[in-house]
Design a protein around this ligand. Sequence first.
Ligand SMILES: *Cc1c(COP(=O)(O)O)cnc(C)c1O
Length: 434
Amino acid sequence: MQYISLGENKQRVSLKEGILKGLSDDGHLFMPEKIPELDPEWIKKLPGLSLQEIASSVLWPYVEEELNETEFRQIIQETFSFPIPLVNLHGNIHVLELFHGPTQAFKDVGARFLSRLMSLLHPAGDNKMIVLTATSGDTGGAVAHGFHKVPGIDVVVLYPKGKISPYQEHQMTGLGHNIHAIAVDGAFDDCQRLVKQAFNDKNLRKKIEITSANSINLGRLLPQMVYYFEGVARLQEKREDIHPVLCVPSGNFGNITAAVMASKMGLPVSRFVAATNVNDVVPRFLQSGNYDPHQTIVTLANAMDVGDPSNFPRLFDLFQNDIDEVRRFLSANKVTDAEIKETIKNVFDRYGYVLDPHSSAGYIGLKREIRENEQGFFVATAHPRKFVETIDDVLPRVAQQLREEYGPDFVSQSKKETMPASYNELRQLLEGIG
Ligand SMILES: *Cc1c(COP(=O)(O)O)cnc(C)c1O
């Protein structure tokens, strides 16, 4: 399998190059040159397969030329080492829980897969490599955990100061060793811009090897397809002919891109719903046909606070860059903070299930779009404990229970590294590490 850039130069690279570079030389995203279709007979057997069996078959075509089977098996075992349960909420609505990993959000799978792939593909003894990444909250913790103590690789995570939860901050700043978490005076978009600047800085890249661990990296994106195969497998244990509606709470649109890629590989899905918060550039695009990025607006679902989703070009490419094709298979739904809160309360009162703010948006999106005769699931992207501050507002007793069950609040560390949103500062920092 070769990977091909979505930019004008259509640069073609191997898996190794794609993973280590992150972006093409002219700053564009890589896509698999084609999406392999799985054997329909295998797809029929989905309900009887385990998570690791599913992951192996789905991901092997993407790596087979560059990994041997032993290496691959080990990556699969270490990546898919926690359960991804499907729970029925009520009637035709199910939730696929992606938050059982070490940082309690779905990004653990992508970060673990990527870190192991990178350390295998990056030859030992070469220059130190720096993984540079911007986070609106959850990426940082997952990447920091995924790469912690991986030899030969340093990690620099930029996050918007004061705009992520103390818990998220703790997951990044508490690790030390090869992990550098920096609070940037600015918004997530500033962090992302600084990262882009570093990648476009040819002089810097001559001196040090940098790569990304954001959802722009294929190594993050590919393993996320497995969620959707797993969800459909578990749903089809009940009835084999189910072609569900899937709803994904979306920020950079990586996770939903993986869901669409899964369907292109042959996974039976009837259609997709992207739920966004008020950062609604994609819902507006589907309405008006104009792609109009904007400054990030801070919301309760902060891992989805993205004004210009970095994976959107991939999603669009999967639909041949044809907006009518997108509209046929995917709808996008905007959810406000008030709706998120109200739904957390209502779903708990009615069904005894606690949603985090992101998953709440996912529930709302699915509920709005699904018809009575359809089955569907949304993905719960974070554990409610991770966003207990919001639960406090609407369900104080439940919040108290979450703290008792999953540990008390984290006090933000006194010694935090901070930085103005200035590229010069970032450059100096990188040169200091590299
Ligand atoms: C990252 C994240 C999202 C958004 O995922 P994208 O792939 O960026 O669309 C949603 N919810 C949570 C909890 C996240 O951490």
